[in-house]
Design a protein around this ligand. Structure first.
Ligand code: AOF
Ligand code: ZN
Length: 409
């Protein structure tokens, strides 16, 4: 626009900019929907989706389906038949295109090779191997780059990846179910379900989207939980059990070489799987780790598990609360079951843990979405509830409430 310009010119420019911004958000939302479909499968890699837009129409889509497979942009570019269109298209992606040789060559090189003139990016890649280099490479090749579109939602979707890359530890979620009067188990201790079926399915989803899962020895022996996801698919989480002085780890394959004494055993009781026992006491341990929670966190990280779901009981939850190692808290609260006495859930000050303000969901109103591929309502993502996408089902009468204390950057 050349000077002198009228108020009408300014207004029209403002309106066209707003329209452009809205369409960026629209296509970025689609990237997030696609990215979300990799939940449970892509980890420890980030969730990434990409769309290619020509004349305001999506002409190709892709997402990172599974760890080790093609990145989102590569999938979107390569699955487009008429590659000539790429020279007049815009590529949208929720994470900065990579610039490094990993399991596949750099996506930013592929974008340059096909001469895509414009790229819209949701957030920078926190991976130090990339972090700004991908965008720089695009710009160096004359590509217009628009950054920070729906960044807040992009960050939330990849919160586990952000915590891994920036804090060098797994993302840690605490989960418990409590009776209306605040107990998680009766005394004397016996196996008792406090909340209903929808909450149980929700837990399977949480298990699917975490790479490791921890319980205390009390819960392990009394509840005998399978600690598997039986609804959603993908690799099962690694099972960990915390005892007074040991960490038990149910996998044959450990990368961790922290040097503490470790032996392999086969449990003969109800769960006859091989497991490693790692000692968590003694001078050797205390000189290396300030707390058991810190150790378990490092143990997961060094084994390449990007996320840890802590299912309890109280000594395990408290270990993580005391070490200030809680990224997100998921609480199911029954409004029907009263235990009157028993084991109390921990006190946790939401302010000191800097969560977002909690959201409460009435589970009678909803049935947890079972199919990970059927996230239809994109506004769910914009609302940052992607993992907790819920579907209406008015037949339930569990009277359970879900309270989510979500991660805040
Ligand atoms: C993208 N698009 O779809 C993904 C990206 O192990 P690799 O070779 O798959 O590389 C993983 C790294 O690549 C990961 O840490 C992150 O920095 C980036 N992931 N990047 O442009 C994608 N999954
Ligand atoms: Zn890539």
């Amino acid at each position: 626009m050349n000077y002198p310009y009228s108020i009408e010119d300014l207004l029209s420019e403002f309106q066209s900019k707003t329209r452009e911004l809205n369409s960026h958000e629209f296509f970025m939302n689609r990237c997030l929907e696609l990215a979300f479909q990799g939940s449970g499968w892509a980890q420890p890699n980030p969730l990434v989706g990409s769309v290619i837009v020509h004349n305001q129409q999506i002409i190709s889509e892709g997402f990172h389906r599974k760890f080790g497979e093609n990145h989102a942009e590569r999938m979107a570019i390569l699955s487009l038949e008429n590659k000539e269109l790429l020279k007049e298209s815009t590529l949208y992606v929720n994470l900065e295109p990579c610039s490094h040789f990993g399991k596949t060559p750099p996506c930013s090189d592929l974008i340059c090779e096909y001469q895509i003139p414009k790229v819209v990016v949701g957030m920078l890649d926190p991976n130090p191997l990339v972090n700004g280099n991908g965008i720089q490479r695009l710009k160096n090749n004359g590509i217009e780059v628009i950054e920070n579109v729906l960044t807040h939602s992009c960050n939330y979707l990849n919160r586990k990846f952000i915590v891994n890359q920036t804090q060098k530890r797994p993302f840690i979620t605490l989960k418990w179910a409590e009776s209306n009067d605040g107990f998680y188990a009766p005394l004397p201790r016996k196996k008792q379900q406090v909340t209903g079926d929808t909450a149980r399915k929700f837990t399977h989803r949480l298990r699917q989207v975490h790479q490791a899962i921890l319980v205390g020895i009390g819960t392990w022996e009394l509840d005998q939980p399978l600690l598997t996801d039986r609804y959603f698919g993908g690799p099962q989480p690694i099972k960990l059990v915390m005892t007074e002085n040991e960490l038990w780890c149910f996998t044959e394959h450990l990368k961790w070489s922290g040097g503490l004494s470790q032996l392999t055993e086969t449990k003969s009781e109800w769960n006859s799987q091989k497991f490693h026992r790692i000692r968590m006491n003694g001078a050797d341990f205390n000189s290396k780790f300030p707390s058991k929670a810190e150790f378990i966190s490092q143990f997961c990280y060094q084994n390449g598990w990007n996320s840890l779901l802590v299912e309890g009981g109280s000594s395990v939850w408290n270990a993580f609360i005391d070490a200030n190692l809680v990224d997100e808290l998921v609480v199911y609260k029954s409004r029907k079951v009263e235990l009157e006495s028993g084991l109390r859930v921990p006190e946790l000050d939401p302010i000191s843990h800097s969560f977002q303000s909690p959201i409460c969901i009435d589970l009678d109103e909803y049935e947890y979405e079972l199919s990970q591929n059927s996230l239809k309502n994109s506004s769910e993502i914009a609302n940052d509830n992607a993992e907790f996408h819920l579907n209406s089902d008015h037949n339930r009468t569990d009277s359970d409430q879900l309270v989510l204390y979500r991660w805040k950057k």
